[in-house]
Design a protein around this ligand. Structure first.
Ligand code: SF4
Ligand code: SF4
Length: 63
C-alpha cells in the first residue's frame, strides 16, 4: 500500500490503531502493511485512502 505523499492517513482513522493495536504498520520502505488477523474489516481506511490502495479481499468468519 502506498504512503507516498499521503502521510499514512489510514493509520489516523483506523479504530484499532486508536486503541493501541498494531493493525497497521509502516514498513522499512515507507509503505503500510495491514495485519489481516487483527483488522476488523470496518473499511474506514478503504474509504479514506486517497489512492484507493486498500482492498478488503475476505471478510472475517463469525465464530
Ligand atoms: S494505504 Fe492509503 S492512506 Fe494508507 S499509507 Fe497507503 S496510500 Fe496512504
Ligand atoms: S479495515 Fe482494518 S485496517 Fe482498515 S480501518 Fe478498519 S480495522 Fe483498521
Amino acid at each position: 500500500m502506498g504512503g507516498e505523499g499521503c502521510e499514512h492517513i489510514c493509520m489516523d482513522v483506523c479504530p484499532n490503531i486508536k486503541i493501541g493495536d498494531k493493525t497497521i504498520k509502516i514498513k522499512d520502505n515507507g509503505k503500510t502493511n495491514i495485519n489481516p488477523v487483527s483488522c476488523g474489516c470496518c473499511e474506514i481506511c478503504v474509504r479514506t485512502c486517497p489512492y484507493s490502495a486498500i482492498k478488503i479481499v475476505g471478510k472475517k468468519v463469525k465464530l
